[in-house]
Design a protein around this ligand. Sequence first.
Ligand SMILES: NC(=O)c1ccc[n+]([C@@H]2O[C@H](COP(=O)([O-])OP(=O)(O)OC[C@H]3O[C@@H](n4cnc5c(N)ncnc54)[C@H](OP(=O)(O)O)[C@@H]3O)[C@@H](O)[C@H]2O)c1
Length: 257
Amino acid sequence: MTAANNQQEATPFTPMSLAGKKVVVVGGKTGIGLGVARAARAAGATVIVASRRISLSGERPDLADFEQVRLDVRDESAVKAAFDAIGPLDHLVVTAAPDLGSWGAFMDADMQGVRRYLEGKFLGSWACARHAAPHLRPGGTITFLTGGMAARPKIGFAAVTSAFAAVEALSGSLALELAPTRVNTIRPGFIDTDMWSFLPVEHRDGLRKKVEETFPSRRAGKAEDIGHAALFLMTNPYVTGTVIEVSGGENLVPSVS
Ligand SMILES: NC(=O)c1ccc[n+]([C@@H]2O[C@H](COP(=O)([O-])OP(=O)(O)OC[C@H]3O[C@@H](n4cnc5c(N)ncnc54)[C@H](OP(=O)(O)O)[C@@H]3O)[C@@H](O)[C@H]2O)c1
């Protein structure tokens, strides 16, 4: 075999451009989802953000670049109708999740909390993927979002850990079942979004400080860090069926919260 035969044909380097692509971010009006929506827009995509609330342009000028769709992921027929109306798309990212603290504890008197959480996180992610899939163009991707608890459970969070682990299992299953559509999951660590606004200001500042002091990254995560990872997953044609931890090394140090 000659040296020339032995060499693989070089593929031109493709930057992380989404020019001409349509991206739908479910949960994209706040927090991590908004970070993903902004990254996709900056990369040239047309971006649709979907969640339960529609914001009027005067209230949220930062959403002016995006089309808004009203969608509750717990309502399967509404999810189907929304994706049928959206039509062909290139990339789906699902960041939506029930409000923090809404899941209850394992020993609660009944299982309402876990049912609610699984419905919002696991079945909601499932419904979005199920009803977006028929509309995905060739080269399309689906990206789910979990969190460190998928692999590192904490006392009191059995519902969250179970839902995250189930989403990651779904992600791998769909990478096979929907191939060559690529399906991946981002597993963030602490990201400084308004999800933490339920904490008193001093407590939230203290948490951020602990993160900055103890995480190997020596900084707190930002929504745009997850946006960057999402862009990578949408544009790298050889990544599928994987879970990317974007956590500043949170997985390597003791828990701060
Ligand atoms: N921030 C962190 O430190 C962190 C770390 C690890 C993992 N995570 C995970 O990342 C996810 C998002 O975090 P975030 O910081 O972006 O939180 P967030 O700002 O509270 O975002 C949650 C989004 O989900 C939407 N949503 C909630 N229920 C919905 C439903 N039934 N249907 C459609 N949309 C719904 C909300 O919009 P509407 O209210 O308009 O519906 C909101 O835009 C959560 O799963 C969280 O557990 C976060």
